[in-house]
Design a protein around this ligand. Structure first.
Ligand code: BGP
Length: 479
């Protein structure tokens, strides 16, 4: 007997800008990622203020899911997906964010996608905003720094709710909203890059601007959660955090305190607001120490209380250590670098692989909130090779996923209420942090390469059949 629920939501996850392509087709406007060049581990990608000639912008074609949508969904169905997490490109629906009426052509694309999912009995899980802010709103308002974005987001979300109210039950308001507490959220998440050209590491914002922009996102999220609860009682609304699990490097109490602060700043600050409906007690000290004077409007506190999410979702790829010793050895990470853990191996991109950390994390989150959890991103970004016989033997990926699923099941035995699992990039797509194609996560290989070439043909990797069996046995057969 499987330890997982009978209705466990097995599936996969993607984001519109990383796979759709067709960046200027059928009325779509440019979004922040459309202004981002390609890059690599060694050469960070850049954001530009205009489209530069002779420069590769990987989102412009990506894997052209826009024109392969039926084929791709059919492949997901063949694996037995119960659920598919995807995002809507805001600029397909409202090209600049400020139009009065939505772009019908853009909605028709999502009609096609959602109808295909429903036809296969796959439950859609929609991220309303996944790193796809209209670039026009960066140009005009400096992104989420301006509170006027709240109502523009509410208008956009309301359009989706009304159109898909009979087909979509599960919604996430913002992807990895907690990234906004650090510099890594500045470009893709909060869009605080008005007039800025350069690498994602060169953006200079104050914590004042970051925390204020994030507050506006919290308000926007609470408003649409409240709206959903009042108008569409069948909806389930979730948050989405980039969970960065950190451990104290040693048992030195200084390391413990520092780690507690890191966990609070990175993880609990945002989710306490979205799950508990209020800023945590420790927020005051963070604001004081970072020179932040948060501007709240009358009614904001009530709104946060009224906009509490129904379930908690997060991405989990890796863990880091925190040390008070400035000379401790460092390692890379997706949102932030950390101190190297001597007990763990790292991926080719330096992300430390830690399946047991997932069990620990699930337990920590569930102990704190006691609402259903879902792992909506997890996976191994790796170089894949096509063998001469056409196969792709991604045993390293199977090994990574198997170990994480085992630990998820341990967490369920520990008492965690886990709704589902949607590994990241179930079909190869553009990397968010580097802009590469070479960093692949999929069960499905796409012939698309870093120089922009490729036939775009889809091939099943070895992990495709493996995952199909995992789903068919509800996580019992992991061999
Ligand atoms: C998360 C993002 C995704 C995704 C993933 C993998 O932080 O929500 O959009 O891309 O990380 O990261 P990367 O693509 O950089 O390997």
């Amino acid at each position: 007997m499987s330890v997982l629920r009978d209705d466990f939501l097995w599936g996969g996850a993607t984001a519109a800008n990383q796979l759709e392509g067709a960046w200027d087709v059928d009325g779509k406007g440019p979004s922040v990622p459309d202004m981002c060049t390609n890059g690599s581990f060694e050469h960070p990608k850049r954001i530009t203020t205009t489209i530069e000639p002779d420069t590769l912008y990987p989102s412009h074609e990506a894997i052209d899911h826009y024109h392969h949508v039926e084929e791709d969904v059919d492949l997901f169905a063949e694996m037995g997906f119960k659920c598919y997490r995807f995002s809507v490109n805001w600029t397909r629906i409202y090209p600049t964010g400020e139009e009065e009426e939505p772009n019908e052509k853009g909605l028709e694309f999502y009609d096609k996608l959602i109808n295909r999912l429903v036809m296969h009995g796959i439950e859609p899980l929609v991220t309303i905003s996944h790193y796809e802010l209209p670039y026009a709103l960066v140009d005009k308002y400096d992104g989420w720094k301006d509170r006027r974005l709240v109502d523009l987001y509410v208008k956009y979300a309301s359009t989706l709710f009304e159109r898909y109210k009979d087909k979509v039950k599960y919604w996430l308001t913002f992807n990895e909203i907690n990234g906004g507490t650090t510099s890594m959220g500045d470009v893709l998440s909060t869009g605080l890059v008005q007039g800025f050209s350069g690498t994602l590491f060169d953006v200079k914002n104050t914590q004042q601007d970051r925390m204020q922009a994030l507050h506006h996102q919290f308000i926007a999220s609470a408003k649409v959660v409240k709206l959903a609860h009042e108008k569409y009682p069948q909806f389930k609304m979730g948050n989405m955090d980039c969970f960065i699990t950190t451990y104290p490097y040693t048992c030195n109490p200084d390391d413990l305190i520092l780690n507690q602060q890191a966990m609070r700043h990175m993880n609990w600050y945002a989710s306490d607001v979205q799950v508990r409906g209020a800023y945590p007690a420790f927020a005051k000290r963070i604001w004081e120490e970072e020179g932040v004077e948060l501007h709240m409007e009358p009614g904001d506190e009530e709104l946060l209380k009224e906009g509490k999410v129904d379930f908690y979702t997060f991405s989990y790829y890796m863990s880091n250590c925190v040390s008070a010793d400035p000379d401790a050895p460092q390692v890379e990470g997706n949102i932030m670098a950390g101190v190297k853990n001597p007990y763990l191996e790292a991926s080719d991109w330096g992300w430390q692989i830690d399946p047991k950390g997932l069990r620990w994390t699930l337990n920590e989150i569930y102990d704190r909130y006691q609402i259903p959890l879902m792992v909506v991103e997890n996976g191994l970004g790796a170089y894949d090779e096509i063998e001469p016989d056409g196969t792709i033997n991604d045993d390293y990926r199977i090994d990574y996923l198997r170990k994480h699923i085992i630990q998820m099941e341990e967490a369920v035995k520990d008492g965690v209420d886990l709704m589902g699992y949607t590994p990241w990039g179930c079909i190869d797509l553009v990397s968010a942090s580097t802009g590469e194609m070479a960093k692949r996560y999929g069960f499905i290989y796409v012939e698309k390469y870093d120089d922009g070439t490729g036939t775009l043909a889809r091939r099943k990797k070895k992990s495709f059949d493996w995952y199909k069996k995992v789903i068919a046995t509800n996580g019992e057969d992991l061999v």
